[in-house]
Design a protein around this ligand. Structure first.
Ligand code: AR6
Length: 170
């Protein structure tokens, strides 16, 4: 398994699956979620609505998978990160669950290449360094990680990009 740290717009990546930092409604929003729905088209929203009808809202830390619509990837895995307000260990665990549950779906769907955005570090205000540490720790400890060939941490802002590059060295 290769880990790549890149700085890019995740909607442009041609990988098996990109991960969306969604909200529990699964019906779109701002940030990376807005970009994915805007560029991927209505097919993604329709798929999300079907999941909503079946299981209700998506809880924090959980993940669901849909088509990627018009995007160059094959799938979008939507996961709901925790909102950082008071902090606390449960937030850290919930963020780790986002990565783990997304990887579970990837493995179940025979996905070999996957790109993660920096979940929760935008509108949800999770501290970037702590989020990066949790992300790296969770994926490297993931028990089926050898089933994934290429895992991309797709950073958007310079601060996250530099932080991931620093942390990966350690
Ligand atoms: N490609 C890659 N990363 C991006 C892109 C992009 N096109 N756009 C933003 N980012 P955020 P959250 C980065 O706010 O904090 C939405 O409204 C961004 O720089 O997208 O988990 C949802 O519907 C940041 O590092 O997600 C939820 O309501 C990271 O993606 C809420 O925001 C996450 O920022 C979720 O908040």
């Amino acid at each position: 398994m290769n880990i790549h740290i890149i700085q890019s717009d995740i909607t442009t990546l041609k990988v098996d699956a990109i991960v969306n930092a969604a909200n529990s409604s699964l019906l779109g929003g701002g940030g990376v979620d807005g970009a994915i729905h805007r560029k991927g088209g209505l097919e993604i929203l329709e798929a999300c609505k079907k999941i909503r009808a079946r299981q209700g809202k998506c809880k924090t830390g959980k993940a669901v998978i849909t088509t990627a619509g018009k995007l160059p990837s094959n799938y979008v895995i939507h996961t709901v990160g925790p909102v950082w307000n008071t902090g606390g260990k449960d937030k850290e665990k919930l963020l780790a669950n986002c990565y783990k549950n997304s990887l579970d779906l990837a493995v179940e769907n025979n996905i070999k290449s996957i790109a993660f955005p920096n979940i929760s570090t935008g509108i949800y205000r999770f501290p970037k360094k702590l989020a990066a540490e949790i992300a790296l720790k969770t994926v490297t400890a993931y028990e089926h990680i050898n089933k994934i060939d290429d895992l991309y941490f797709c950073c958007f802002d310079q601060e996250n990009f530099e932080m991931y590059q620093e942390l990966i060295k350690k």
